[in-house]
Design a protein around this ligand. Structure first.
Ligand code: ASP
Length: 356
């Protein structure tokens, strides 16, 4: 009897082998596609009254060099096959450690003359997120936000509780003085003088301290958004908030949907600006929603929110973003925004002013 079935068995074996080969080919195609999927990264160092005439060539060069270092560090991780979340953290760590930006070392001071830091990070594939607020001793807040994402059932931790969690996670602690710089101390003094009617907010000569320009609007948060070889988007934001903030004020930066958002089905966004407005406008999520629901390009969606919605609310600031096809976008309604990107063609852009 068995000889009757032999051809059928052979056919079955052949079919099985063909399916196996097709599957292996499909899998390696997928791996190849993943390997070749374009990567891109975009970063910001805050938006505000950043004007060429108020900045020395030396300071401008410092800003450009640090932005270049941060965007390149993130990009190197992406091209080596690393994840967008790791790229975002690497870029933000460089900006947090630099005294130039309002995050980590060099962050702005609150009303009492101390530094309180907020940060958040989100992963577009899983919609997992981690956020921390009102930290005073954690050196790199974005890393703690990432630990919340990875190792906590919660999304947002604040103040003393967040620092207990940081201790349990083995984080490095620093004294609050580590974050403080003379520039920020002078900035607080000036804001308090304006508040008390002792100085004019309009006088541009008052905006200069040494070689630095005071950012009268008190903006200067840092952020990064990236897409990796696997097509996964991540976005992160880290800040000292706003100069002279009081009563445990927390801005938009650690609020998922306001200062930070990432969803592989649309885009990733990190914002910088007057947080009170950015929270109410749900800026980061609104941009991704316009991409998803209205079918707008990332640039169109970002411009609608930043140039129309925020302007009509009289809110200053800007955003950076990356969509799921690795297009990058910047949009800001202030005089300038520290920003840099390395796009899917590997081209680098480092810019500060509106007309750069
Ligand atoms: N968005 C930040 C906040 O309101 C400030 C900034 O972007 O500079 O805390």
């Amino acid at each position: 009897m068995s000889h009757i079935y032999r051809p059928a068995r052979r056919l079955w074996l052949k079919t099985f082998l063909l399916i196996l080969i097709a599957q292996i080919a499909g899998l390696s195609n997928q791996l190849l596609a993943a390997e070749q999927a374009p990567v891109a990264i975009v970063i910001h160092g805050g938006a505000g009254t950043i004007k060429r005439e108020l900045m020395s060539a030396e300071i401008e060069a410092d800003y450009r060099a640090t932005l270049t270092m941060a965007v390149s560090a993130g990009h190197a991780i992406l091209t080596a096959g690393g994840t967008s979340r790791d790229a975002v953290i690497a870029a933000i760590n460089i900006l947090e450690d630099s005294p130039l930006f309002n995050a980590g070392h060099g962050a702005v001071l609150n009303h009492e003359g101390d530094v309180e830091l907020d940060a958040s990070i989100m992963e577009g594939r899983t919609l997992n997120a981690g956020a921390v607020a009102a930290l005073s001793r954690v050196k790199n807040p974005i890393n703690l936000a990432n630990a919340v994402l990875e190792s906590s059932p919660h999304v947002m931790l604040a103040g003393a509780g967040a620092e207990i969690f940081a201790e349990q996670q083995g984080f490095e602690f620093v004294n609050n003085d580590y974050f403080k710089t003379e520039r920020r101390q002078r900035q607080l003094e000036r804001v308090l003088a304006v508040e008390n009617g002792l100085a004019s907010a309009e006088d541009p000569s008052d905006l200069i301290f040494g070689q630095y320009q005071f950012d009268e609007k008190k903006l200067g948060t840092v952020g990064a958004v990236a897409i990796d070889r696997f097509g996964d988007i991540a976005a992160g934001t880290s800040t000292g908030g706003m100069t002279n903030k009081r009563f445990g004020r927390i801005g938009d930066s650690p609020i998922i949907g306001a200062g930070t958002y990432a969803d592989n089905s649309s885009c990733g966004i990190s914002a910088t600006g007057h947080g009170e407005y950015f929270i109410r406008a749900a800026v980061a999520h609104d941009i991704c929603a316009r991409v998803a629901y209205k079918g707008l390009s990332l640039q169109q969606a970002a411009d609608e929110v930043v140039m129309d919605k925020l302007v009509s609310m009289e809110a200053t600031g800007g955003v950076i973003g990356v969509d799921n096809e690795a297009n990058v976008a910047f949009s800001f309604n202030s005089a300038g925004m520290y920003r840099a990107s390395i796009d899917k063609r590997g081209e680098i852009q480092v810019m500060i002013f509106k007309q750069d």
